[in-house]
Design a protein around this ligand. Structure first.
Ligand code: ADP
Ligand code: ZN
Length: 313
């Protein structure tokens, strides 16, 4: 009997659905735009039903790594729902429930960034580590990760993009664009924030533009906070804005400067070790859907054991 998994990377602009077991074994994939919940979920169900027919029922569980905010708490009545998203039509949508009922399979569910972190931990840039974070700097800023081998959950899930960081309005009079907080991290340092501040999208700004020193400063302030609170063994930075390779070297220099010798750990103190401490994702654009496949694996293990998340790292 085949042991295959289905993964859904549920993004605010597109859905990616795939079947497989891991990075070396992705057998089928489909992507389509995120429209209404009804139509989008129907297309996902159709894809997996077709695959299930073709594979003789080999798909044993589905994982969903979703845009949010979401409810990731399996004990909650609204587990698996997309909750207070600003995306029209998607508030309070029972995404995991619709998929579970539509396919009659166990479903694993988490944020897109916790999913990507999980995949990087299993197969990518954080293999062998039990405490690390994954941040995406794109249209928004989101973060997820594992602490002590477990995905970061709690009250809800981390919202690392919405932390407040020092904002020197003399140096940077830009007010920020977060609809909730104005100048939180996302409001100051997301791709659209850069575009609004400088009047041009980040991909059009040359490497010597002042935008980049400021961007590295804001991201390094955020990382200094995460290093002080979570003590990650590695930090993975992905998303469109990190396509600028020079940003990595700027951030790697700025983080130790901000921490100022206080954290006596070699990756912070030693320039060479820092190269392997703040890194790009190893799975690239596939981290999202592979994260969903990893969530499916956990869902099946949990279903079989009738127990909470087994430690998988
Ligand atoms: P999303 O966050 O929507 O999933 P991305 O991670 O691709 O998507 O991020 C999109 C953001 O990244 C946009 O704000 C875009 O301007 C910015 N971006 C895309 N390519 C680059 C690039 N090469 N350099 C800097 N910024 C980029
Ligand atoms: Zn905010």
């Amino acid at each position: 009997m085949l042991h295959l998994y289905g993964g859904i990377e549920a993004g605010g602009t597109k859905f990616v659905c795939a079947v497989g077991t891991g990075p070396d074994d992705l057998r089928a994939e489909v992507r389509f735009p995120t429209t209404t919940p009804q139509e989008t979920i129907r297309r996902a169900l159709e894809f997996f039903r077709d695959q299930q027919d073709r594979l003789g029922g080999g798909i044993r569980a589905i994982g969903i790594a979703s845009f949010g905010p979401v409810d990731p708490n399996p004990a909650s009545p609204t587990f698996g729902h997309i909750t207070s998203t600003p995306k029209p039509g998607w508030q309070n949508v029972d995404l995991a429930g619709e998929i579970r009922r539509g396919l009659n399979l166990p479903v694993g569910f988490d944020t897109d960034v916790n999913g990507a972190a999980l995949a990087e931990g299993l197969w990518g840039a954080a293999q062998g580590l039990d405490t690390f974070i994954y941040l995406t700097i794109g249209t928004g800023i989101g973060g997820g990760g594992m602490v002590g081998g477990r995905r970061l959950h709690g009250l809800l899930h981390p919202e690392m993009g919405h932390i407040r960081i020092p904002h020197d309005r003399q140096a940077d009079p830009f007010a920020g664009i977060c609809p909730y907080h104005g100048d939180c991290l996302e409001g100051l340092a997301s791709g659209p924030a850069i575009a609004a501040r400088w009047g041009a999208p980040p991909e059009d700004l040359p490497p010597d533009h002042p935008a980049w020193a400021l961007e590295a400063h804001y991201l390094a302030l955020a990382l200094a906070n995460f290093i002080c609170t979570l003590s990650p063994q590695r930090i993975i930075l992905g998303g469109g804005v990190m396509q600028q390779p020079h940003l990595f070297s700027r951030i790697r220099a700025e983080v130790p400067r901000l921490l100022n010798g206080y954290i006596p750990a070699r990756p912070i103190l030693d320039e060479e070790e820092m190269q392997a401490y703040i890194v790009p994702p190893a799975l690239g654009a596939r981290a999202g859907v592979l994260g969903a496949i990893a969530l499916a694996r956990i869902a099946l293990a949990r279903h079989a054991a009738d127990a909470p998340d087994p430690p998988i790292l």
